[in-house]
Design a protein around this ligand. Structure first.
Ligand SMILES: C[S@@+](CC[C@H](N)C(=O)[O-])C[C@H]1O[C@@H](n2cnc3c(N)ncnc32)[C@H](O)[C@@H]1O
Length: 263
C-alpha cells in the first residue's frame, strides 16, 4: 500500500499527498480500522497558509461534523481543523516549555491559537498568569471554550486581536517569559518580545523555520539571524541561547526550530 503522510486531530484523520481515489479510500479504511475513534477523513489540498495558518481540507469520508476534541498531555482541545490551526506535532514542545515555567511568572503568548501552549503551561504550573493573544476570531472562541474545558480560567486571560496592536500598549515591560509560536512573524515579533520582558530580563521562546544543509542546527547561523535582527532594530541587550531544537521537518531540508533566548 502507498504510504501517505497523515495526522490525526481528535477524531479527524487528515491525509497529505497525492493519490487516486482508490488508494485514498484504502488508506482511510486501513487507518479507521487501526484507530476506531476516527470519525472523519479529510484530504489536505493546500499548504498551511495565510496569517491564520489554516489549510484547505476536502471531505473524503465519514461524519461531516468537523468539530472535534483532541486530547494531549491529559488536556482537551475543542477545535475545527477547517477554521483553526492545530498541530499534534507540537505536543513535545508544549510540555517542554510548560516544564520551564516557574511559580508566579507572567507569561505572554503572542500567537495562542486555540490555546494549547497556554493551557499546557497553566495545567503544569498552577501559580502563574498567561496573557494569550489570538487574531483568528474562531480560534479565539475555541480558546475561551478550551480554557473552561480544562478549568484554567484563573490562569489565562484571552485577548482577541492582533498582537502587534495589543502588545505595545498593554504589555511592555511586563512579562517574565514570551512565547512566539509563529515562524512566519519570527523577525518582526522578536524585537517587540524583548520590549515586553520585565526590566529587559527573561526568556523568549522563539520559533523559526530555516534551511538546514545537514540534520543539525548550526548555532552560528542562529546567532547571525538574531544579531541581524538586533542590529536592524538597534537592540543592545546581551543574550544567550539556553536551548535549541528541531521541532519537526517541514520539507527535506527545511526545519521548524525552537530557540530559547535568555536576556
Ligand atoms: C502557527 S499557529 C500556532 C497556534 C498555537 N500556538 C498552537 O500551537 O496551536 C499561529 C497562530 O497565530 C495567529 N496569529 C497570526 N498572526 C497573528 C497576530 N498578528 N496576532 C495574534 N495572533 C496571530 C494565527 O491565527 C494562528 O492561530
Amino acid at each position: 500500500m502507498k504510504t501517505l503522510a497523515f495526522e490525526i486531530i481528535g477524531s479527524v484523520l487528515i491525509i497529505r499527498g497525492s493519490a487516486n481515489d482508490r488508494i485514498l479510500k484504502e488508506f482511510a479504511e486501513e487507518k479507521m480500522k487501526k484507530h476506531p475513534y476516527i470519525q472523519t477523513v479529510m484530504l489536505q489540498t493546500t499548504k498551511i497558509q495565510g496569517q491564520e495558518r489554516i489549510r484547505k481540507l476536502k471531505f473524503l469520508t465519514g461524519d461531516r461534523n468537523f468539530e472535534t476534541i483532541h486530547r494531549e498531555h491529559g488536556n482537551q482541545y475543542l477545535l475545527n481543523p477547517l477554521d483553526t490551526f492545530f498541530s499534534p506535532r507540537l505536543s513535545f514542545e508544549r510540555m517542554r516549555i510548560a516544564s520551564l515555567v516557574k511559580e508566579n511568572e507572567v507569561v505572554l503568548n503572542f500567537f495562542a491559537g486555540v490555546g494549547p501552549f497556554s493551557i499546557t503551561i497553566a495545567k503544569k504550573q498552577k501559580n502563574c498568569l498567561i496573557h494569550s493573544i489570538e487574531i483568528n476570531e474562531k480560534a479565539c472562541n475555541y480558546m475561551r471554550k478550551n480554557i473552561e474545558l480544562n478549568n484554567c480560567e484563573d490562569n489565562i486571560i484571552v485577548y482577541c486581536g492582533d498582537a502587534f496592536d495589543i502588545v505595545p500598549y498593554r504589555f511592555l515591560n511586563s512579562a517574565d517569559r514570551v512565547l512566539l509560536p509563529l515562524p512566519l512573524e519570527s523577525k518582526s515579533s522578536l524585537p517587540l518580545a524583548i520590549e515586553c520582558l520585565k526590566e529587559g530580563k527573561g526568556t523568549i521562546h522563539w520559533q523559526i523555520t530555516d534551511h538546514l544543509s545537514s540534520k543539525n542546527i548550526d548555532l552560528n547561523d542562529v546567532t547571525t539571524s538574531i544579531e541581524r535582527i538586533f542590529a536592524r532594530e538597534s537592540v543592545s541587550f546581551g543574550y544567550s541561547i539556553s536551548e535549541y531544537r528541531i521541532i519537526r521537518w517541514i520539507a527535506p531540508h527545511i526545519a521548524h526550530i525552537a530557540i530559547d533566548i535568555e536576556l
